[in-house]
Design a protein around this ligand. Structure first.
Ligand SMILES: *[C@@H]1O[C@H](CO)[C@@H](O)[C@H](O)[C@H]1NC(C)=O
Ligand SMILES: *[C@@H]1O[C@H](CO)[C@@H](O)[C@H](O)[C@H]1NC(C)=O
Ligand SMILES: *[C@@H]1O[C@H](CO)[C@@H](O)[C@H](O)[C@H]1NC(C)=O
Ligand SMILES: *[C@@H]1O[C@H](CO)[C@@H](O)[C@H](O)[C@H]1NC(C)=O
Ligand SMILES: *[C@@H]1O[C@H](CO)[C@@H](O)[C@H](O)[C@H]1NC(C)=O
Ligand SMILES: *[C@@H]1O[C@H](CO)[C@@H](O)[C@H](O)[C@H]1NC(C)=O
Ligand SMILES: *[C@@H]1O[C@H](CO)[C@@H](O)[C@H](O)[C@H]1NC(C)=O
Ligand SMILES: *[C@@H]1O[C@H](CO)[C@@H](O)[C@H](O)[C@H]1NC(C)=O
Length: 358
């Protein structure tokens, strides 16, 4: 098989390499037991030092790429242990072109990619994996790439991407994968997150329905260990031929501890105890047309920083982006949303007013 281009490849790795991902029948019990573990007693045990199993790539990656301030520069064309998974990591998120395989040879392209990564995240540009860079890399993050990826369907799936609106209506529905057995206290968290976005856009109506009927399908899955990175979730768009209707999915990692807002004292990005509402806000943002932001107060920042474990309020830059995105789509070329009738036209004028007010 010819390797699909960079970004599609990570998406397909997430979706296809790990067959258990789509084996809905199979995920039932593990995700159910996981969700049942969302009680504070288990979380307390966990905080007391019961670490979740780390994936296989972890040791090589984290133990071999040792930050050593005494090394002046990485030796070009020499081998450096742990460099292969680092290249894979950088390519997963758009900093390096993808490749069929990665080796430990230090090359100029990877050194430039490290610099781009450091510049993007406002880290000192050392060109080496120093301790601050490594600290960020170790944090859980969203699997959607940061840069250099396209809205383009390979095997019926695509990443969501700013500027490409996959939905053509204002009323969108969402639903939960039944096998994930998402409890009402968690579905309420999503409802709040959808309402936050709906309020902020002023023009969307998001309501819950069944999984099969939903425009946005939400589920918890065992993520593939074969993808380098501590991934907490991602979202994507699906074609449904022969129909031309597109649907979207939000997949969260079922092996994280997902905390409810009432459990915020247990949050720990390092230990994988993550705030469900923050993850929901971020993934909904992707599906409504927002790419990653390198501003750390944005809900679209890709990493979960230890000092910002719960981040559910839209930042000023998020709100400005919403204004841009939705003003474009809702004004002159409102046809892009497919709203031909007078009533909807009047409605959208109303929405435009609301937009101006926020
Ligand atoms: C999901 O992951 C858990 C823990 O890593 C594992 O025990 C379980 O067998 C996995 N389930 C499936 C269906 O792969
Ligand atoms: C969430 O709901 C489930 C099922 O009703 C319950 O077992 C769990 O304790 C609740 N969690 C919290 C934090 O309230
Ligand atoms: C490592 O991979 C690069 C391509 O990414 C290749 O040019 C180089 O020859 C490889 N080095 C070794 C030692 O295999
Ligand atoms: C994205 O699309 C552009 C234009 O078609 C193309 O030049 C570029 O290589 C694509 N990028 C990726 C990562 O596939
Ligand atoms: C994509 O959709 C077409 C039409 O339904 C189907 O034949 C094809 O198998 C799908 N591809 C994948 C990878 O699901
Ligand atoms: C959404 O807006 C309504 C009406 O202004 C307000 O009552 C509600 O609290 C808002 N919800 C959220 C989650 O921001
Ligand atoms: C939002 O969508 C729901 C379900 O489609 C519908 O019942 C409701 O009337 C809509 N609300 C608005 C304000 O359009
Ligand atoms: C967030 O970014 C600002 C500006 O770059 C920086 O001053 C601040 O230290 C960052 N906060 C965290 C928690 O990284």
């Amino acid at each position: 098989m010819k390797k699909p281009f960079l970004s599609a490849f990570l998406l397909l790795s997430l979706l296809l390499l790990d067959q258990s991902h789509f084996a809905k029948a199979g995920i039932g019990s593990s995700v159910a037991s996981w969700f049942k573990s969302l009680n504070s007693e288990k979380i307390i045990n966990y905080v007391k030092g019961k670490k979740a199993p780390k994936p296989e790539w972890d040791n090589e990656f984290y133990n071999y790429v040792k930050p050593d301030p005494k090394l002046p520069n990485l030796p070009l064309n020499k081998e450096r242990k742990g460099f292969a998974p680092l290249k894979e990591y950088l390519s997963n998120f758009g900093y390096l072109p993808s490749s069929d395989s990665y080796n430990n040879t230090v090359d100029q392209q990877t050194l430039s990619a490290i610099k781009t990564f450091q510049e993007s995240f406002d880290l000192p540009v050392t060109g080496d994996i120093d301790s601050r860079t490594l600290k960020l890399i170790k944090l859980p993050r969203c699997a959607v790439p940061d840069m250099d990826f396209n809205y383009s369907f390979t095997q019926n799936v695509s990443w969501p991407k700013a500027g490409h609106r996959w939905f053509r209506k204002r009323s969108l529905t969402y639903g939960f994968l039944p096998e994930s057995e998402v409890q009402p206290n968690a579905t309420r968290v999503f409802k709040t997150a959808f309402t936050r976005w709906a309020n902020a856009t002023g023009s969307l109506n998001l309501t819950e329905t069944t999984y099969d009927d939903a425009d946005i399908k939400i589920g918890f899955y065992n993520f593939s260990d074969s993808v380098v990175g501590d991934l907490y979730g991602f979202s994507f768009i699906t074609e449904n031929p022969p129909s031309d209707v597109l649907t979207a999915e939000i997949n969260l990692n079922g092996n994280m501890y997902w905390a409810l807002p009432s459990e915020k004292e247990f949050l720990s990005a390092e230990d994988g105890i993550l705030d469900l509402e923050s993850a929901a806000m971020h993934q909904i943002g992707h599906l409504l047309g927002f790419d990653h932001s390198f501003k750390n107060d944005s809900v679209m920042y890709p990493y979960i920083l230890p000092s910002q474990e719960r981040k559910v309020e839209l930042s000023i830059s998020d709100k400005n982006n919403i204004r841009k995105q939705f003003a474009n789509a809702d004004s002159a070329n409102g046809g892009c949303l497919g709203v031909p009738s007078i009533t909807t036209l009047l409605l959208s004028l109303g929405f435009a007013c609301m937009l101006l007010m926020c």
